[in-house]
Write a protein that binds this ligand. Sequence first.
Ligand code: ZN
Length: 225
Amino acid sequence: MKVLTYHNIGTPPKSAKLKTLYVKPQDFRKQIKALKLLGYEFLRSDDLLKSPKGRGVLLTFDDAYLDFWENAFPFLKQEGIPALVFVPAGLVGRFNEWDYQKLMVKKTLMDWQHLRELVSAGIEIGSHSLTHPYLSQIPKETARREIEDSKKILEDKLGVEVKTFCYPYGDYNQEVRDMVAEAGYLMAFTTKHGSVLESPNLFEIRRITVFGNDFLPKFLFKVVL
Ligand SMILES: [Zn+2]
């Protein structure tokens, strides 16, 4: 059982740095179709609590970029494939304020209306903190607010239970991990590479990051192995 990580689904602007975090829409569709042909089951986060075995993938999308709405959601909806989107709850409807200067590109995030429509189509929403900080490097009480308040805000605004958390930049330590568990989340996702079975516990779930330059055989190799 694998959890896949996507960031942007789209074509990167010429000026953008870290272009490998953009997967082209046609490549994304090919990847999903290939997994379908291979008999993979598309999971929801709850399935990870059951038996972490078998040919299953959970698709996760970090940062809630508008290009998910534009380029991934219509296809997923049409195919009836579930997904989990991690939202920085304090930046809904804004842009990637945490790294736009470094990346030299402003990327719009979905707004509440977009997120509500995702929820009604069965897409799961998880928390990606409030403002996307390095949680192990800020004061403990600030980190606690980022973890607890983001859950409350998403639940209030969207009327769903938010069970999953994703560490911004994959940054966490034992204290941060415990705070996430104490806040009432059922599981949390890292950027460490590996399968669900290889993860030490449900609050340090490993994932497979999909890069824009993963050609199809490489993508499949990463998922299958
Ligand atoms: Zn992120």
